[in-house]
Ligand binder design. Structure first.
Ligand SMILES: Nc1nc2c(ncn2[C@@H]2O[C@H](COP(=O)(O)OP(=O)(O)OP(=O)(O)O)[C@@H](O)[C@H]2O)c(=O)[nH]1
Ligand SMILES: [Mg+2]
Length: 339
């Protein structure tokens, strides 16, 4: 594992692929590798892209990758599918979509699907991102499909989060439901060549105005006049207003604006210690998640067989209330720790 990690640091792509497989499978000893790599992380700009199926995430990722390559930057792409235990059809489509990138040593593409729990996937995603970061890529782009908490958890590791919509999918309603608008640093309305773009853009802006503290601030500071926000450099007095950008990924339209918006957001974060704060939040969230997972795992490893089922039955039959049941379960852990 140590040799593998060192080879990754030296730029060995086969070692990278092998280490990523070990991380995904939570193989024994993988933490040794991660431990060696950790001090080498913190270089990559991590970009999360999320949105409903088929909105054009992979097409946009491909276009962004081309733009970054043209600037001389290296790119790693991670496609995470929280909805499927397989990386089947979508990935096959991606291969075709991303073929423009194939053969370029400055691009590394990897996909991951659900293994067991979503929590497990979120954890593995963070580790995979870290490995890619340590491997020296300038940009790590994480694409995740689905609608709900899972994608929110996965993009939590990103510095700049892009939420992608497309006209005519009824996505605005979906976006509210999933709460994904709240995590958007940049909004993209892709498929701007399709009818209904204007109303999708309008819908998003209305929601931003209603939901975003920055928008509220701006609206009141402009004598109650409605502000329309469509700028790549969208920050103002400490607040970041997510810009809404139209793209036609298949034609490469709007990509320059998107690249500029990502840079503007990066610059915003680098000002006034915001990046430091964001990383602190990320680390704290991650540690809390990991501690929780670890404690649950430990508890279940010391729980005698059938204990959980017995307690469930008691709660179900109303002879025990849930909190007392939890206390009883936790008692097993305390006994074990005391030993
Ligand atoms: N008309 C039009 N089609 C587009 C545009 N962008 C992507 N597409 C097409 O939309 C389809 C889905 O694009 P993808 O990039 O695979 O979308 P995705 O969001 O990655 O899809 P999943 O990963 O399956 O959720 C493909 O057939 C693309 O060619 C666009 O701007 N305009
Ligand atoms: Mg895709």
């Amino acid at each position: 594992m140590m040799d593998l990690a060192k080879a990754v640091l030296a730029g060995d792509r086969r070692a990278l692929a092998r280490l990523l497989t070990a991380v995904e499978n939570e193989r024994d000893g993988v933490n040794t590798g991660l431990q060696i790599l950790y001090p080498h992380t913190g270089h990559a700009w991590i970009i999360g892209l999320t949105g409903a199926p088929g909105t054009g995430k992979s097409s946009l990722v491909t276009e962004l990758a081309k733009a970054y390559r043209a600037q001389g930057e290296t790119v790693a792409i991670l496609a995470v599918d929280p909805t499927s235990p397989f990386t089947g059809g979508a990935i096959l489509g991606d291969r075709i979509r991303m073929r423009d990138l194939s053969g370029d040593k400055g691009v590394f593409i990897r996909s991951m699907a659900t293994r067991g729990s979503l929590g497990g996937l979120a954890r593995a995603t963070r580790d995979v991102i870290r490995v890619l970061d340590a491997a020296g890529f300038d940009r790590v782009m994480v694409e995740t499909v689905g609608a709900g908490q899972s994608e929110v958890d996965i993009v939590r590791a990103a510095y700049t989060t892009i939420v992608i919509e497309a006209p005519g999918l009824g996505d605005d309603v979906q976006a509210i439901k999933a709460g994904i608008l709240e995590i958007a640093d940049v909004l993209v309305v892709n498929k701007a060549d399709r009818p209904g773009v204007d109303s999708t853009v309008r819908g998003l802006k209305t929601m931003l105005e209603l939901g975003h503290p920055a928008s509220r601030e701006q609206m009141t500071s402009h004598h109650g006049q409605k502000m329309v926000v469509e700028s790549s450099v969208a920050h103002n007095d400490g607040f970041w207003l997510p810009p809404v950008i139209r793209t036609v990924a298949t034609e490469g339209e709007g990509i320059e604006e998107l690249v500029a918006a990502i840079e503007a957001h990066r610059k915003y974060l680098s000002d006034a210690g915001r990046m430091h704060q964001l990383e602190q939040q990320h680390v704290e969230m991650e540690l809390v998640d990991r501690v929780r997972d670890e404690l649950v795992k430990q508890l279940f490893s010391v729980l005698p067989a059938d204990t959980l089922r017995d307690v469930v039955n008691q709660v179900q039959s109303r002879s025990l209330d849930p909190q007392t049941a939890v206390n009883q379960l936790l008692a097993f852990q305390q006994v074990n720790v005391a030993k």
